[in-house]
Each structure stands twice: as structure tokens, then as C-alpha cells.
Write a protein that binds this ligand. Sequence first.
Ligand code: BG6
Length: 516
Amino acid sequence: MQNLDELINCRSEQGRKTVEPCSIIIFGASGDLTSRKLVPALYQLFREGQMPAAFRVVGFARREKTDASWRVELRQALDQFSRTKPVEEPAWQAFAANLSYCQGDLTDAAAYQRLAQMLGSFSGGALQRNLLCYLATLPSQFGAIVEQLHQAGLLHKDSPDGWQRVVVEKPFGHDLDSARRLNQELIRFAHERQVFRIDHYLGKETVQNIMMFRFSNAIFERLWNREAIDHVQITVSEQLGVGQRGGYYEEAGALRDMVQNHLLQVMSLVAMEPPVTLEAESIRDEKVKLLKSIRPLRPEDAGKQVVRGQYRSGTIAGAPAPAYRQEPKVNPDSTVETYAALKLFVDNWRWSSVPFYLRTGKRLPLSTSEVRVQFRPTPSVLFAAQCNGGLAPNALTLRLQPNEGISLRFNGKVPGLSLGARPVRMHFGYDAEFGAYTPEAYERLLLDAVAGDATLFIRHDEVETAWGIADSIRHVWEGKPLSDGEFYAAGTWGPVAADELLAQSGHAWRNPQPIK
Ligand code: BG6
């Protein structure tokens, strides 16, 4: 008989990915993403013995650097960004021996020839043929990069031997038309199955657990529908403001930055039908079906279903915070939303008339992501009738981050002679159950891209359908100045109109609580 620890270990061994030797080329390697996320993630995978037996990582960027100076830079960044500290020097040295730098302009054909020569100099054919091209660049550069890669013989649609994959970062377009154009550019030189679009929320353990939780627990699975569920709230709140990203954020706003991707992805996992198999295509088919079932927003309903907001100055955790309009690179009259709340309906058999409330914002009181599923109340007789204001409905909260875990709220009798009831909770915490091991999203995503598993990446039709939804909301806001009621003080839970959005249906936001 195996004990629980053995079972957990045995499962994680079984889940080990098969990875072939390959070269990972990071385009835009001087950027933040490489030193904060990508290289720390690759280092962790290496430490844990999950990287292929042979691999190389090539940084491609315009700045003049040598292999040695790039390694020094990355080593310094690792001190700050590594998930495990201190950095283990022998592991780093062994890892760093696989890092090379190729200087070049993204549009210069000669630079790609130098890259091809560099790859050709790596011993072992697989390092020359199996290529993971990570485009950590502006989306406007994707088309030119894949074209140049193709011209240099480094990207083929049907490679006679070896494989080539292209990983792209968000923002994947800024509306439906631009997303379509980007997709067209990419599939000129690569099949859709070679394109891996990242949404880092899908790399989070707790987000992956949504599907596992739903489809492996009979007690919840049979309640997961309109018969039992009253409404669903998805909250992704952040304490941080836009910081140094004002330039980008002025073009994006909360709708493009968070709703179109992370929130709709989480919603599709919460609401989709069970996939036929665990194959990437089956899961992605179900997510697309769900997104397509979201009721299109009619302009006349928009006022009742979407709310935007922008932070004014305020106080967060006792410290003063400036207004969005005072942030660097932000237009002092900007109408860009730093907060968005939506009420969506899914017009399918399972969810008919169940509201899904989604909200996200910067400069809110806490940084948390959670999904709250609120169940229908019991009939108002017996105990409910005895409690002033009725009994609290049952609720299940999936805490995606931080304090990762799940809580179930139900009613219990208050000890004593009266028949008073009050809500009590059952908690599951990842830390307590599995220890503090929580891999960074990029570790999982990079490993999957190397292994060729596309399950946690977004297919072109998912991106496009999600843009269709975001566009319909944007059209409502575009060109309209912000009214007074659309501002909120930094450190509060958003504009008052967001409370009214729920109050219309007798609902109220459940604001995440600080960890005690
Ligand atoms: C990014 C957004 O995609 O997600 C950022 O561009 C946001 O604006 C970030 O801060 C949030 O991610 P996480 O993992 O910190 O919740």
C-alpha cells in the first residue's frame, strides 16, 4: 500500500515530459522578460534535471555583448529573480556553459546568417535542427522575424528532420483585425501546430488545477451548472500601478492587458464542457466553444454590463500612491481604463442565465486572483426563516494566488440553545498539503514548448474569439470621456458603478481578504 507522499511522487515522475535535445533562441534577449522570467525558469528546469540531455540557449538582440558579458548580466539578474535562493554556483556554471549571444538587428538578413552559422557550430545535429524560437519582441516584429528565419533556413513548415517551433508573447494584436493579421503572418512560414502563444496564467499550477478539480470530483461536478450555481465572480486585483509601463499601458488598458487574455482564459476553464480527451486540441476545442457561447454584448446593454474605472491618487498599505494620470509616460488627460468589470452570460445549456462577473484593476487594496462560485440558496423555510436576512449561500473559492488553495463556505449551527446558524469554512492550502513547491508559470510553459505540448498555449481561434468579445466592449468606451463616477481612489475596490453592476441582480462583490 503506497502512502500519500509516495503516490504524489510517483504521479510527478509519471508526468515527466519527454524532451529532445534542442536550441532555444530568444529574440529580444536584452529585454526584461529574458532576465526576469525566461532565463531563471530555464535555470530551474536545468537544476531539476528537466532540460534535455543537450541544449543551447542563444540570446539574439541588437546590443553589443559577448557570450561572457551576457552570462555575467544574467547571473546578476538571477540573484534577484531566481525562485530558489541562493543560486547554486555549480549548477549555474554548468547551465551557463550552454548560453551564447548572437548580436544582430531583427530585420537584418546577415544577422540571421550569423545565427545559422552559430547553430551550425553546435555539435550534435539535434541542436542544429530542433529549434525553439522565442519571440520576446514587439508583435509588430513577429512577421519580419519568422520571414527572416525562413529565409535563413531555420524555420520550415514541414521540416524533413527535426522540429521548429515559434513561441510568441502577448499582446497578441490589439483588436480582432490586428490579431488576424498577426496570425496570417505567422502561418505563412509555420503551421498553426508550430505556433505556441503564451498566456502566462495558464502556466500557473492553480489555474491548471481548475480543470482537474472540476472533472475529478464527483461532488462538485454534478453541481457545476445553472441548477445549483447562482453566479460566478472572477477577480484579478493588483496593488501595483502601471509603474514604468505607462507607454505600453496607454495603448492597452485593463481590457486588452488582462481581460482579453487572462480573465477570459480563467473563465473558459471554469465554464467549459469536459473535453473528449486530454489532448491539446480537445481541450482547446472546448475553450473556444465556451468563448463562442458568451452572449455578444449589444450596444444598448453595454451600460448595464460593463464598467470601467481609472485610479486617482490614494493610499495603499499606508503609502501614498499617485494617480494614473501622473504616472510616467501617461497622458495627463488619459481616458485609458485601469479597471474593468463585466457581467457576462454564457448562452448554452449548462449556464443559461447564470451571470459571470469578471473584474480586474490596478491599485486595488490587495494583489489577489480568485474565482468564487456562489451556489443557490436553500428554500427560505426552516433555518433560513429563523435567521434575520436569511442564511448565507454556500460558496466555493478557488484562490489562484497568493495563499493558493480552495475554501468551501457552508452554514453551521452556533453552539448553544438557540437555532442560530453562521457561515463556517473548510480550507485546502497548497503549502500545507504539497509543501512550498510552486513552479513559476514560465518553467511549465517553457518545458511544454520544448516538449511540443500545446495544451497550455492559446490557439489562433481562441485569441480571435476573445478579441471579438473585448472589441465589443471597447467600442462602448471609445471616444467617451471618463465621468466622475468612473474614477476610484488608489487603495479602494474600484468605482462605485462596479458595485451597482452586481446590485442590479441582488449580488455583491466578495472582496478578497488579506492573509492572516
Ligand atoms: C501581465 C500584465 O500579463 O499580467 C500585467 O501585462 C499584469 O499588467 C500581470 O501585472 C499580472 O500577472 P501576475 O502573474 O502577477 O498575476
